[in-house]
Structures are given as structure tokens and as C-alpha cells.
Design a protein around this ligand. Structure first.
Ligand SMILES: [Zn+2]
Length: 475
């Protein structure tokens, strides 16, 4: 029998508000342990939570970016369970009345067509404390760090609309890009500010029902999300083929062994309305104010880039994927540079260089003016492409002026016919056998001679002039 996978994702996103959700402690979980705490987020008896307005606004902005309808009234529940990372015995979350419902994210499906994946709802909740497992001598001990306790999260619960690992990976990518655009969250899987739990079940292909699902956690990269889901689909298919029933449980992805393994069940208690935090009541006027802060989102920006600058769909998608990069691109193009060439340089040179450095543009010495200057110098054939690549590296790493870098590095390209003639003659004299080979009808030798001449110029010859001269000399 052929099976079809039914996949839904629950994604926790840490909002980058300055404080925790219900107190004024800094929202910096990475600080020295238990530094950012107070009676509220230590959950001491008698302390009263007070909802952060900033966290609420960032959450609403995130919900709007994901096309959700903000509910007129939402409220907190106590999600009851006991574990050492939650000593008060319940987590403040929204179960019965979430902040927003009915959103969607568009992705490009594996067949190349547009696919709309629905979001069931988004709710606000506080994070729990972090357990740190160590050994003291030979005794294993567990420590609790409350810096993370009470930090603001939204949980984005999708409909089970995904069918393949591809769908799930594209959904996470699109959602992450849109949330980053709003500036509400950093959304790093690697650093745990975006955490994905996947619910996976199988059904005979062509049927509609929903079968027992298995939850998979602990995927800390987009690739791991795809790999874990692919593994789980194979595992469940094998179970069903052997006649073993699928049992509701949670599994952890092990990135080293590349398998999922069952984790012990946590006691999950009921969700009861919380009496300590007032319901969130949203007025139309307030909501419109927040909506006005929504930037132009990636899909719309991509369409505009194609329309205005004549970019291809791939180029437009690459230029609009990250907000800072899209603004960088537009600012360079505004300095009178050809848009497609600019996009090409950003994709093929700038993005890889930034990735190598593990930096954002803002952390380097590159400005739009310096980048535009580099491309302009290249356009005017003052330098060649090879030199431009080397100069870009220096523009990223040092504050030196472009002109100074070109001067000091001797990057100005050799275009004067006289200089290049001498150089070409020298190369042809050194490679007489190859020249004869070429004249006997082997055209491939031209590329080799071109390479030798470029090498002789230490990479600084104007390739067009050089090629013309070679062709002329070889007759
Ligand atoms: Zn606190």
C-alpha cells in the first residue's frame, strides 16, 4: 500500500522584546545563570504577573505578518504540569482563547506551483526555566537557570497541510523570513530562538482521515527538520507494513545518529483559566496602529523587484529574502547601477563572503556607497572581475577607501595596448609549440594561452583587450 504523510508543525518563537513577558527582568537568557530574575519570574508565591506591552505588540505584529486575524479578546490559561523547570506547577499560556487565528504562509511546492499552508492559531506563552545537567565528581547533578523563565514566546500552530519534508522545510523558511522582516524575533534554529516540533502521521494515499500522530522534537536546523520528518515517515511506513499499530508518543531527533528515538512521557495536566492576568482586549484603532508598522513583506517586495528592476524570479526571491539585504540592494541600485548585475554580485560574491565570516552586512565595513563604488569601477573597466573579488574582501574587512585599496594593491587593470602587446608577444614566444598546435587547427589552445597571458599580467589585464590582441597575433 502507498502511504501519504500528514504533517503539522508547532513552532515556538522567542520574541526579542527587551523584558520578560510578565516582569521587568531583561529578556537575555544567555547571561550568567540566574542573573535576570525577580519574584515574578522565580514564580514565588504572592507575586503578580503584569503583561509586557512591548511583547504584546511584537506578537501582534508577528501574527499580522503571518496573515492571522487578531482576536478581539484573548486570555491566559494555566497549563498544569510539574517538572523541575517549572516549579510553580503551571505555565501561563493561551489555550482556550489564543491571540490570533486563521493565518497562512505561501510556499513553492516541490512541483514548482504555489502552495498555501494554513495556520490554525498563534498564542502567547511564557518560557520555562532551563535545566543544566552536569557532574560533580562522579555524581550527576541537575541545575536550574531561571534566566529563561518567563521570556516571551509565541507558539505558531499550523494546520496539518504539509505532505512532504520539502513542504515543512519551505514552511519554516518562509515563516522565519516573514517574522524577521517584522523585527519581532531573531528566529535562529541554531540558537534556539525558533524551535520546531513536528507532528507526523500516515494514511493510505488518497484517503482523508487523520490517524494517530507521533511528535518529533529537537531539530536545530532546517535540514534537521527535513531529515527527521523523512526518517519518521520511513519508520512509520515500516511499522504499518509489519502490522504494528502507531502509538501516540514523542520522539527526539538525534542529529549524530540521524534517527528519532522515543523520549519519556511528561505528565500533561489540564488547562484552566488563569485569574491573575487580565484578558487582552484589542480595539480596532490600536490594531490599525500596529498594522501600520508592518513593513513591505518579502512576497510583495519580490514581485516589485521583478516589475521595477527586471529581475528574474530567482534573483528577486534572493534579493527579498532578508530585509537588510533587500534594503542594501535597493540602495546600491539607487546609485545608478544596473540592477541585475548588482543582484548577481550580491548573490555570487557578497552573500558567500558574509556567510564565510558568519556576519551580517551591518557588522562589516561595507556600506552601500562602497559597494556601489566597487561595481562602478568594474563597470568602467578600471579593474577586472578577478580584482573586484579581491577588493570586495578588503572592503568588508578594512575601513580603507576604495581608491586607496586599488592603488595600494596595484589593482588597476592593464588596458593600454602597448603594454599588453609586449606581454602577449612574450607569452607566445614562451609557448611556441602551443602556438603551432593552434595554427594546426586545435582551437582549445586559445583558452590556455589566454590563461598564461592573464597570469603574466598578474591577473590585471583587461580580458577584452587581451583576447583581441591574442586573436590578432595568432592570425
Ligand atoms: Zn522577573
Amino acid at each position: 500500500m502507498t502511504y501519504e504523510a500528514v504533517i503539522g508543525l508547532e513552532i515556538h518563537v522567542q520574541l526579542n522584546a527587551a523584558t520578560k513577558l510578565f516582569c521587568d527582568c531583561p529578556n537575555r537568557p544567555g547571561d550568567a545563570p540566574n542573573r535576570n530574575v525577580c519574584p515574578v519570574c522565580l514564580w514565588l508565591p504572592g507575586s503578580l504577573p503584569r503583561l509586557s506591552q512591548e511583547a504584546l505588540e511584537k506578537a501582534v505584529l508577528a501574527c499580522l505578518a503571518l496573515n492571522c486575524t487578531i482576536q478581539n479578546e484573548s486570555a491566559f490559561d494555566q497549563k498544569v504540569y510539574y517538572y523541575p523547570d517549572l516549579p510553580k506547577g503551571y505555565q501561563l499560556s493561551q489555550h482556550h482563547k489564543p491571540l490570533a487565528r486563521n493565518g497562512w504562509v505561501d510556499i513553492v511546492g516541490a512541483d514548482g506551483g504555489l502552495k498555501r499552508l494554513r495556520i490554525h492559531h498563534i498564542h502567547l506563552e511564557e518560557d520555562v526555566a532551563k535545566l543544566v545537567h552536569e557532574t560533580e565528581g562522579r555524581t550527576p547533578i541537575s541545575l536550574v537557570d531561571f534566566n529563561r523563565a518567563g521570556t516571551p514566546l509565541i507558539e505558531i500552530v499550523s494546520e496539518p497541510d504539509m505532505r512532504t519534508p520539502h513542504d515543512a522545510m519551505e514552511y519554516v523558511k518562509a515563516l522565519r523570513a516573514q517574522l524577521r522582516y517584522t523585527g519581532s524575533a531573531e528566529c535562529s534554529l541554531e540558537q534556539g530562538t525558533l524551535r520546531v516540533d513536528a507532528n507526523i502521521s500516515l494514511r493510505p494515499a488518497g484517503t482523508e482521515g487523520l490517524n494517530t500522530k507521533v511528535e518529533v522534537k529537537n531539530m536545530n536546523s532546517i535540514h534537521n527538520v527535513g531529515d527527521a520528518i523523512a526518517y519518521e515517515i520511513v519508520r512509520q511506513t515500516e511499522c504499518l507494513e509489519k502490522g504494528e499499530p502507531i502509538v501516540l508518543h514523542t520522539r527526539l531527533w538525534d542529529p549524530e545518529r540521524r534517527v528519532t528515538a522515543p523520549m519519556r512521557a511528561k505528565f500533561e495536566g489540564p488547562c484552566v483559566p488563569d485569574p491573575s492576568v487580565a484578558p487582552i482586549v484589542v480595539t480596532d484603532a490600536w490594531l490599525e496602529g500596529i498594522r501600520g508598522r508592518l513593513p513591505e513583506m518579502p512576497a510583495r517586495k519580490s514581485a516589485r523587484f521583478m516589475e521595477t528592476y527586471g529581475l528574474t524570479p530567482d534573483e528577486a526571491a534572493a534579493m527579498s529574502a532578508e530585509r537588510d539585504l533587500s534594503e542594501f540592494f535597493e540602495s546600491v541600485v539607487a546609485q545608478d547601477l544596473p540592477p541585475r548585475k548588482t543582484a548577481g554580485w550580491i548573490v555570487s560574491q557578497l552573500i558567500p563572503a558574509l556567510r564565510d565570516r558568519n556576519q551580517g552586512i551591518g557588522q562589516t565595513h561595507l556600506t552601500t556607497e562602497r559597494f556601489a563604488g566597487l561595481l562602478d569601477t568594474l563597470e568602467k573597466e578600471i579593474i577586472n572581475t578577478q580584482s573586484a573579488r579581491e577588493i570586495l574582501v578588503q572592503l568588508l574587512d578594512s575601513p580603507a577607501a576604495l581608491e586607496e585599496i586599488i592603488q595600494n594593491g596595484g589593482f588597476r587593470q592593464l588596458s593600454a595596448t602597448g603594454d599588453l602587446e609586449t606581454l602577449v608577444d612574450g607569452v607566445l614566444a614562451d609557448h611556441a609549440a602551443d602556438v603551432a598546435d593552434y595554427r594546426n587547427g586545435n582551437p582549445k589552445v586559445l583558452g590556455f594561452l589566454m590563461g598564461q597571458a592573464m597570469k603574466a599580467s598578474q591577473g590585471k589585464a583587461n580580458p577584452k583587450v587581451l583576447k583581441a590582441l591574442l586573436a590578432e597575433r595568432l592570425g
